[in-house]
Design a protein around this ligand. Structure first.
Ligand SMILES: *Cc1c(COP(=O)(O)O)cnc(C)c1O
Length: 236
């Protein structure tokens, strides 16, 4: 591996292509680029790759695995970064999530809301949370059923250390464009309903990845979570 592998690994070129896609999607949907936050998803990537992306002025990262994220967080202490947890949550890991992350996007049951709320340090400020919705009711996937959103929102609101910011979803893959659009459109409806009920804090609809960000932008996403389009293909 050459010395400059991480700093010279085409991040700026990939970011340029990605930004052009997001801007084209916004133009097609009649939306402003500023309405959409880009969250780089850095699972499986080395800390030095995150550092290189950070040099392109991207200051937030999404991680799926606690132990892996913790190692990178410790190595990147010198940078002011915003960390988003986007992976499945085991209840015995909530303390570390509450201590190490700024956002948890994958909250999907009341027990986790209680534990995160109780374990968040008072000095840290509120933990931003999204409710993950299993929008296509896939048996193995994390996320609450759409009918459970309101009750879970109440459980979050009961915890002063948590701040409910909105919803996150990963639609079922490989079903064609119409089914994908339908999933995103249903998420937008759930998001609008939640925002009507909790207008003070709810502002984030996290959906859209490398392969489907255009459909997500067309259907109202406010945060796209991008891995491969920014970092290149994952090797494993
Ligand atoms: C890996 C991952 C992404 C990014 O996926 P890409 O297809 O690489 O852009 C987004 N969200 C979640 C929850 C992920 O696990």
């Amino acid at each position: 591996m050459p010395d400059n592998y991480f700093t010279d690994n085409n991040f700026s070129a990939r970011l340029k292509t990605l930004e052009a896609r997001i801007e084209a999607a916004c133009a097609a949907a009649g939306r402003k680029r500023a309405e959409i936050t880009l969250l780089p998803v850095s699972k499986t990537r080395a800390a030095e790759e995150l550092r290189a992306v950070c040099a392109c002025r991207l200051k937030r990262f999404g991680e799926n695995y606690l132990a892996e994220a913790a190692g990178k967080q410790d190595q990147l202490r010198d940078l002011a970064l915003e960390w988003h947890y986007i992976g499945p949550i085991q209840s015995n890991k909530t303390r570390a999530l509450a201590e190490r992350f700024d956002w948890v996007q994958s909250l999907d049951r009341p027990k986790i809301a209680r534990r995160l709320g109780e374990q968040r340090l008072r000095t840290a400020g509120p933990l931003n949370v999204l409710i993950q919705v299993n929008i296509d009711r896939e048996p193995q996937k994390s996320g609450c059923a759409p009918g459970e959103i309101q009750a879970l929102a109440e459980a979050i609101r009961a915890q002063p250390a948590l701040k409910l910011r909105g919803l996150m979803a990963i639609p079922a893959p490989d079903r064609g464009q119409a089914a994908l659009d339908d999933s995103f459109a249903r998420m937008r409806d759930h998001f609008e309903a939640l925002r009507r009920m909790h207008s003070g804090s709810v502002d984030t609809l996290s959906m859209g990845m490398s392969a489907d960000l255009e459909a997500a932008v067309a259907n109202g996403t406010t945060m796209v979570r991008i891995g491969t389009a920014l970092f290149g293909p994952r090797s494993g």
